[in-house]
Design a binder for this molecule. Structure first.
Ligand code: N01
Length: 538
């Protein structure tokens, strides 16, 4: 059965961008519903973030049994995860398995990057330009380009002078063996650096970590999954998935109602110890209800981690440099590591604090700071991403008024539900800015947003419409809701990539909805039930 939205065979109903978790489900969901679909993926294969981020130690910090598709019961029964937190190669194998199982590769052109897209109001379709110069046309354009897919530029002068090995964690194209016996600099101590550093230290002659902002790194406590444990999950998978969908974070909830100062110091400490042993997103940072709201309450959790760092790291001066002093625990994306602080006890690892000695330049074989010259053979950049705006601006979108997306968002990043943007008709973002995507288990929001968009397209088709667009009023209301939700929290006052603080000149907008995926789902479902108020359908 086919329900084309256009009779021109050169025009597809939907162009989808990216063949990661989003693009694959999107292609499956929409083609199953009868839409014609053409996907374009910049890389040579499926996988998205899990295709590119192949650095040593890369693994997901959301448990594998939750960080996976829920749309097909047979799929979740036949796939068996080996570890609590799946390593990158296993996640990539899973995505490849899904692509093959549902025969999804045929919907995509690989090595094809979307570099421009202009709304043609007369024909009511998108004209989409690829990096090979070709133009394709579609009724709808849906971005599955992800939020963390555009690497941040290294904004320090002199990298071009360096003639040794240079590699970025987000475009890893060497093997760990290539670093064996070398003097390696690692710049950046976010999730990527924290995962890579312990493994690089095992092979390198010496590792010098260049740290600008120390992070709270909690133990990942990864483990093999037992066949019994996996069996129990599979028996209960439908209920577990349902719980995730209606939870705050996209993982089963562990509700806490008491505040940090409701209990004695001893009791609080005991609770933090238990949480530290549990770790993960339900660890220390979520042990009390007010930890992300009340700075004093947060201090008790932050100081608990400070003490752990001082216990683990033998050199007191190094320990002090590693103690996070510039932000509260959890207000930047939490970081989970394996043997991260322990690695600083190795004789071949040293730490340079860029707050005390900023990098001034690089020479052909060294990093030069304000206090010294560090000779190295290789530089590993783990400096993060231009979240959301990098991938979305990269699509080169021009909306109905002729304005680019970057112009529409020059004073602040805006969206309706993190899915649509006013003045960009028939354009959708899956898990875009102001959605809960990157402040939760992203796969839950991906599936929910794809389903919501698919239902809206069907609604348009049923009413004979060919244009759907978020109204400016609805967008304003959603921006207000996201701002009001985040305002009382410590997220709102902490510099982080969530707020674009890592990119010079980026608008200061907190780019997530922190009210929880369950509440978000309820709101989206209610909007659909009420016939999509906030969306002009024509
Ligand atoms: O990037 P980051 P990431 N000179 O932005 C430093 C997801 N993820 O790739 O904080 C020197 O967190 C920067 O310092 P500062 C996850 O959502 C998940 O590590 O800006 N240093 C910081 O230390 C995560 O949050 C997983 O002062 C510079 C680091 O580089 C997100 O991706 C694994 C610098 C960047 O940290 C991003 O993580 C990996 C400069 N010029 C990623 N510029 C898991 O699931 C930046 N830095 C576990």
């Amino acid at each position: 059965m086919n329900f084309p939205s256009t009779s021109d065979p050169a025009v597809v109903d939907v162009i989808g961008v990216g063949a990661g978790f989003t693009g694959l489900y999107l292609s499956h969901r929409l083609t199953t519903a009868g839409w014609t679909f053409a996907g374009f993926e910049a890389g040579p294969s499926v996988g998205g973030t899990w295709f590119w981020n192949t650095y040593p130690g890369a693994r997901c910090d959301v448990e594998s049994i939750y960080y996976s598709y829920s749309f097909d019961e047979a799929l979740q029964q036949e796939w068996t995860w080996s570890q609590r937190f799946a390593p990158q190669p296993e996640i990539l194998s899973y995505i490849e398995h899904v692509a093959d199982r549902f025969d999804l590769r045929r919907h995509f052109t690989f090595n094809a990057r979307v570099v421009g897209a202009t709304w043609n109001a007369a024909d009511r379709l998108w004209e989409v330009r690829l990096d090979n110069g070709e133009t394709r046309r579609s009724r709808y354009l849906i971005s599955g380009a992800g939020g963390l897919s555009t690497p941040k530029d290294f904004d320090v002068p002199g990298l071009e002078n360096f003639t040794g090995l240079q590699v970025s964690t987000s475009r890893w194209n060497i093997s760990l063996d290539d670093l064996a016996g070398k003097r390696v600099a690692v710049i950046g101590t976010g999730s990527s650096g924290v995962q890579a550093i312990p493994l690089i230290a095992q092979v390198a002659e010496h590792v010098t970590v260049f740290q600008r902002t120390p992070n709270y790194v909690m133990p990942a406590r990864n483990a093999e999954l037992s066949p019994e444990g996996v069996g129990a999950v599979k028996e209960d998978y439908l209920a577990i998935r349902e719980e995730c969908r209606h939870s705050p974070g996209g993982i089963p909830d562990r509700p806490v109602t008491d505040n940090a100062f409701d209990v004695s110091d001893e009791e609080r400490r005991r609770r933090y110890e238990e949480a530290y042993a549990r770790s993960g997103f339900q660890g220390v940072g979520s042990e009390f209800a007010d930890l992300l709201i009340d700075a004093e309450a947060n201090r008790t959790a932050s100081e608990f981690i400070h003490d752990k760092i001082r216990e683990i790291v033998e050199n007191p001066a190094t320990a002090e440099l590693l103690v996070p002093k510039y932000h509260p625990l959890g207000a930047k994306r939490s970081v989970f590591g394996t043997d991260y602080y322990e690695t600083y006890n190795r004789s071949n690892v040293s730490l340079v604090s860029l707050r005390d000695e900023p990098i001034e330049t690089m020479t052909e074989n060294a990093i030069v700071t304000s206090k010294g010259t560090y000779e190295v053979d290789a530089v590993v950049l783990a400096i993060g991403f231009d979240a959301f705006t990098g991938p979305l601006f990269g699509l080169g979108l021009t909306g109905a008024s002729g304005a680019k997306l970057q112009e529409a968002w020059s004073d602040g990043i805006r969206s309706y539900l993190g899915i649509m943007a006013a003045d960009f008709p028939n354009f959708f973002m899956v898990g875009g800015p102001l959605s809960p995507a990157l402040v939760s288990n992203v796969v839950v929001t991906i599936e929910q947003a794809v389903d919501w968009i698919a239902d809206l397209l069907e609604h348009a088709r049923d009413t004979g419409a060919t244009v759907v667009e978020a109204t400016a009023e609805a967008e304003n209301e959603w921006v207000d809701i996201t701002e009001t939700t985040v305002a009382p929290t410590l997220f709102a006052t902490t510099d982080s990539w969530y707020r674009g603080s890592n990119i010079e000149g980026k608008p200061n907008t907190f780019m997530g909805y922190v009210g929880g995926v369950g509440k978000y789902r309820r709101m989206c479902t209610e909007i659909a039930k009420r016939g999509y108020p906030g969306v002009a359908v024509d």
